[in-house]
Design a protein around this ligand. Structure first.
Ligand SMILES: Nc1ncnc2c1ncn2[C@@H]1O[C@H](COP(=O)(O)OP(=O)(O)O)[C@@H](O)[C@H]1O
Ligand SMILES: [Mg+2]
Length: 891
């Protein structure tokens, strides 16, 4: 680093800012550019693909690169996407008025988790800064989206060992429970879709958490500065929200959650500085209020990201999302990832969707109106942070203007939730009216150069503008007037920056110049003059532009403050609109795809008639989807073993049951003729290693870890989907594990389970264990071919049809033929039942013989045709010699 004495005052200013923000990129405003210097320039140039230059400062050359100020958002987006954090150092006084060096200061630090800009944010998801802290045995999580004002906390405790009468908990049990708490914490961070994870320095040194976190998310991980010793976390949070107790937020007795919240607030204050957005309250939630869907289940069921490319296409969200506003899209996504557990909440949504399904006219009108609503949450958040521009306020105005029509459409809505939405939508008519009168239809992005405020909004502004317009007109006509008055036909009125407006007369006409013209400048061909009257109008015009720009800016800021003052009403309106949008979207999907309303009850049954896989049924183009029934309960039909050849539709069927349960509990209608079930508390899925392409970790270990997680967390209210577990190891190991897992689920857990497998031996379980049922996916044999019927029926299978499927896949005929033969041998020797190495060796000679036979060698042919009876020993020896020679020459 340079010593200060080597630096000019400006670089000293930069060096000071750099000392205050050592670990972020410093973007230093100089005129029309934001410049980076030194190491920042090297990093920045690489990240942004800028040309690196150098500037001589004192004795050394300082690397430097810069970006134009008007394109800053674009560059910030790139930096943030690449996980960088950047401090913006602005000129904080007007360069024209500054005495000496312009004052500069860091006005905010831009980080992935603290964005407000629409250009950078993805509208359909939240942009969460997730802060994690630990207090004793509990992990606290605080999720803040400053672009929407959402602030939620939760606390995850290490599960306590069940207080058994005799055995006290073993130390390794405590360790396991801690690991479970870490896993649950990371799962929740992933579910939230954190853009940036802020961890306390204590947790940063915790290897388990950090490595689990880094494996599970690509979010930027930032280590928080330690809390000041003098202030308690609770006091800091109370102070921020101006409350005396956290009881109203529901986290008074949750120290870990409070610690995480306080840590997030400190970070926000340090990064947002003056532009700290308004956060009005905290919501405390419990992960046990929602159906638990862990990370691998979310992936396997392709809820929001496809296994193929991680995109939205081909996912359940992609199918369901008909929302018209970004707020609605966020609400839908959240509802999908957090299905409900309480019947009343679910019923309320189902009733609302039902009413919108029944009244298509209203639903479509609402959708149309919603279409014109912008992201009110984010617009409002930017206004409270003092960062909204005139376009934002115009967008807000247009959005508010849709609300009266929406309320009118909802006039006769009867469902409780729709009525509640209607009550919560506040059209803020006065504010909308004021914005509409004030702001022009398409205002510019900059708020300093005028063109924002409509005529008729401010008398003062209109006065200035009229004055200026009058002056301009007067100047425009002045040339003609003076030509007439002086008789100089070539007289011209012009303008330049140095002299302002002037009159120009050529040499030839100088004699005609009247004496009240004041000479200002002599040119080669003529002279320039001014008159007092011209200067007076000039002052009016030029002064007016400056004054009106200033006034427009002030009026705009006043409007923005007026919006900020209504933040609370705007935010609750935004949330109600989001909810409405989500419900309208669910109804639209239900109608388009012919879904039915699910029935939820307190039983332990799960009964589906003619269920369909929502995504697969839409993806099929030249085939119809074959619906299937499901009957599960906790007694007679608790674990179902589904067998059938590859490609028959086992995986599709399993996923379909899980997806229907999820849809039902998020309050959506479902693709089935009927669905009726008790509440399901968790859905677990485990997909066999070789099916699990997406993570690239197709190891047996991962598979077993996930199975272990299922076995320790599932309850008798859970739904477990096991798709070919045990495939990552040898057949016998795999089958034994699958067997034992099935037994454990039936005997110890009692969870409803669907178990797809190609181990036919598991069909034996039906005989041995109550509650186990065999199902198979039917196929029809037609000669050597099979036809997939896709219908699930009772009963086990004893064949896998692997060869037929291989044939369908286009394996060469020879290979198929040979495979059939091998299979026949194995079956006749009963090797299928006991494939030991010895048994397998019985297959081997067949293979060699066959290979030998396949070759038509002339030597062999001659050997075959020799008639040994008629040959003398000598002849035989000579023939043998001949054959040997031939064989040798053929080598
Ligand atoms: N019920 C069904 N109706 C129509 N096509 C289906 C059905 N179930 C599955 N399929 C089709 O069969 C393909 C293979 O299904 P999958 O469930 O992966 O088979 P498996 O798990 O038995 O190997 C799916 O991609 C889908 O196109
Ligand atoms: Mg499968």
């Amino acid at each position: 680093m340079l010593s200060d004495s080597q630096l000019t005052p400006m670089y000293r200013q930069w060096a000071q800012a750099k000392r205050d923000y050592p670990d972020v990129l410093l973007l230093f405003r100089m005129g029309d550019f934001y410049e980076m210097f030194g190491e920042d320039a090297q990093t920045g140039a690489r990240a942004l693909e800028l040309t690196l230059t150098a500037r001589r400062v004192g004795d050394i050359k300082l690397p430097m690169c810069g970006v134009p100020y008007h394109a800053i958002d674009k560059y910030l987006r790139t930096l943030v996407e690449k996980g960088f954090r950047a401090a913006i150092c602005e000129q904080v006084e007007d360069a024209k008025q500054a005495k000496g060096l312009v004052r500069r200061a860091v006005t905010r630090v831009v980080t992935p988790g603290t964005l407000l800009e629409d250009e950078i944010l993805d509208g359909s998801g939240h942009n969460f800064l997730v802060s994690v802290a630990r207090e004793r045995e509990a992990f606290g999580i605080a999720a803040v989206d400053i672009s929407t004002g959402d602030f939620m906390v939760t606390q995850i405790e290490a599960p306590r060992t069940a207080p058994g009468p005799e055995a006290p908990p073993l130390p390794e049990m405590a360790g396991r429970h801690r690991d479970a708490a870490v896993a649950a914490t990371v799962d929740e961070i992933v579910r939230l879709g954190a853009a940036e994870v802020l961890i306390s320095s204590e947790l940063a040194s915790d290897d388990t958490l950090r490595s689990t976190l880094e494996q599970a998310t690509r979010a930027t991980v930032t280590v928080a500065a330690d809390a000041p010793a003098f202030a308690s976390n609770r006091d800091q949070v109370c102070e921020q929200f101006g409350v005396a107790s956290l009881a109203g937020f529901g986290c008074e007795d949750k120290p870990a959650a409070t610690a995480a919240a306080a840590q997030a607030l400190r970070y926000l204050r340090n990064t947002q500085l003056e532009a700290m957005p308004r956060l009005s309250s905290i919501t405390t939630y419990s992960t046990s209020d929602f159906m638990v869907i862990d990370g691998s289940t979310r992936r396997n069921l392709e809820l929001v990201a496809s296994l193929r490319d991680g995109g939205k296409q081909g996912t359940l969200l992609g199918l369901l999302d008909r929302t018209r506003t970004p707020m609605g899209a966020r609400a839908l996504r959240q509802a999908l990832l957090q299905p409900l557990l309480d019947i009343d909440g679910i019923t309320a949504r189902l009733d609302a969707v039902g009413e919108l399904v029944a009244d298509r006219v209203v639903a479509e009108q609402l959708a149309e109106r919603l279409h014109d609503i912008y992201d009110i949450e984010r617009l409002c958040a930017r206004a409270t942070a003092g960062r909204a521009n005139a376009k934002d306020l115009r967008a807000l105005c247009v959005s508010l203007q849709q609300l009266p029509a929406i309320l009118a459409e909802m006039q006769n809505c009867d469902a409780g939730l729709l009525r509640s939405v209607r009550e919560r939508i506040d059209p803020l008519a006065a504010l909308a009216e004021r914005l509409d009168c004030a702001i022009v239809d398409s205002p510019p992005v900059l708020i300093t150069e005028g063109g924002i405020i409509r005529e008729g909004y401010s008398d003062e502004l209109d006065g200035i503008r009229h004055g200026a317009a009058g002056g301009r007109e007067w100047i425009a006509s002045f040339q003609d007037v003076e030509r007439g008055r002086t008789g100089i036909r070539s007289l011209k009125v012009g303008y330049n920056k140095v002299f302002g407006y002037y009159i120009e007369v050529s040499k030839a006409n100088i004699d005609l110049v009247p004496d009240y013209y004041e000479r200002k400048q002599t040119l080669v061909n003529g002279e320039r003059f001014i008159t007092p009257e011209l200067k007076e109008k000039e002052a009016l015009v030029l002064g007016a532009d400056e004054r009106s720009q200033q006034l427009e800016h002030d009026l705009f800021v006043e409007l923005r403050d007026a919006v900020a003052a209504e933040a609370e009403r705007l935010m609750s309106t935004a949330r109600a609109v989001a909810e409405l949008d989500m419900l309208v979207s669910l109804a639209a999907t239900a109608v388009e795809y012919g879904y039915t309303r699910p029935e939820l009850d307190t039983s332990d049954r799960l009964v589906i008639r003619d269920g369909r896989h929502p995504v697969v049924e839409q993806a099929l183009t030249d085939e119809l989807f074959v619906p299937n029934d499901t009957d599960l309960d906790c007694r007679d039909s608790q674990l179902q073993i589904v067998t059938g050849p590859n490609m028959a539709g086992k995986s599709t069927y399993l996923r379909q049951v899980a997806l229907l349960a999820l849809l039902a509990q998020m309050g959506s209608w479902v693709p089935a003729r009927s669905y009726s079930a008790g509440i399901i508390d968790r859905i677990f899925t485990r997909v066999g290693a070789s099916d699990d392409l997406a993570t690239g970790q197709s190891t047996f270990m991962v598979e077993m870890t996930e199975t272990a997680n299922i076995l320790s967390n599932a309850t008798d209210r859970s739904l477990i989907i096991l798709d070919e577990i045990g495939r990552g190891t040898s057949t016998w190991d795999g089958m034994s594990i699958a067997w034992a897992v099935a037994e454990y689920i039936v005997e110890q857990i009692g969870a409803k389970t669907l178990f797809a497998t190609h181990y036919h031996h598991l069909n034996e379980l039906e005989r041995l264990l109550g509650g186990v049922r065999n199902l198979r996916v039917t196929v029809k044999e037609q000669g050597d071919d099979i036809i997939f019927l896709r219908k699930i029926v009772e009963g086990g299978t004893d064949r896998s049809y692997g060869i037929q499927v291989a044939r369908l896949a286009g394996l060469p005929v020879e290979v198929i033929e040979r495979a059939r033969e091998v299979l026949r041998t194995l079956e006749s020797e009963d090797i299928v039942a006991t494939p030991t190495r010895a048994a397998a060796s019985k297959v081997a000679p067949t293979i060699q013989l066959k290979l030998f036979e396949g070759v038509r060698d002339p030597v062999v042919e001659k050997l075959k045709s020799m008639e040994l009876d008629t040959l003398s020993p000598l002849e035989a020896l000579m023939r043998l010699k001949q054959l040997q020679d031939e064989a040798k020459s053929g080598d």
